[in-house]
Design a protein around this ligand. Structure first.
Ligand code: 5GP
Length: 184
């Protein structure tokens, strides 16, 4: 049984612990190891997808042993818990990704629509190579086929917060990942 003290209240919703720090750290290490192996001796441009990916990106770069450039784009496609389906870029790709090894850094792939649109937009700018890394993936929620190069943890179709992920801009600072708490 879940102790009340472990439950976090954000706005009108309650969330319960789901992925502990050790589990998340292992996933970050796994992805970092794969990137270090795949890009050994090469330069990589990491492009974090704001806002959610900033914590994952911050932890990932500490483990990378490749020569890095770091940039961000900003997407606002999520309003509370409803994916609008529309992709608005508040901060766009820069043209200087041409000829570079680019890895998009995502917090979570849910329907896959954001990732597939971002990959399409980035590929138009002719990077040398283009991959995507996501800390979390909800395989049961996918609505489109999407390229997935580095995935940390597969989770069921639950709404999660913490470690950069928000509920209406709250909860990003939580050091582990919580899922929506539903009393049954
Ligand atoms: P997709 O386009 O794959 O449906 O959604 C991608 C974006 O939706 C993610 O980058 C994230 O901002 C948001 N998102 C999807 N699932 C969740 C979730 O469970 N929790 C939170 N906080 N955001 C989510």
């Amino acid at each position: 049984m879940i102790q009340a003290a472990e439950i976090v209240k954000l706005g009108d919703l309650h969330f319960e612990p789901f992925l502990m720090s050790e589990t998340i750290d292992e996933a970050v290490q796994k992805i970092a190891g794969q990137i270090n192996r795949d890009y050994n001796g090469e330069e990589v441009l990491l492009i974090g997808v704001l806002n959610g990916a900033f914590v994952f990106m911050n932890e990932l770069i500490k483990q990378l042993e490749v020569s890095l450039e770091i940039d961000f784009i900003k997407v606002s496609s999520y309003d509370g818990m409803n994916s609008s389906g529309e992709l608005a870029l508040a901060l766009d790709f820069k043209n200087d990704i041409k000829g570079k090894n680019v890895i998009l850094i995502e917090d979570i792939i849910d329907t896959g629509l954001t990732a597939s649109r971002l990959l399409k937009m980035a590929s138009c700018l002719r990077p040398r190579s283009l991959k995507i890394a996501s800390l979390l993936l909800k395989p049961d929620s996918l609505k489109t086929q999407v390229q997935m190069d580095y995935v940390g943890i597969e989770i069921p179709d639950v709404f999660v917060v913490g470690y950069g992920l928000d509920y209406d801009q709250k909860g990003r600072e939580l050091p582990m990942i919580y899922k929506l708490y539903q009393e049954d």
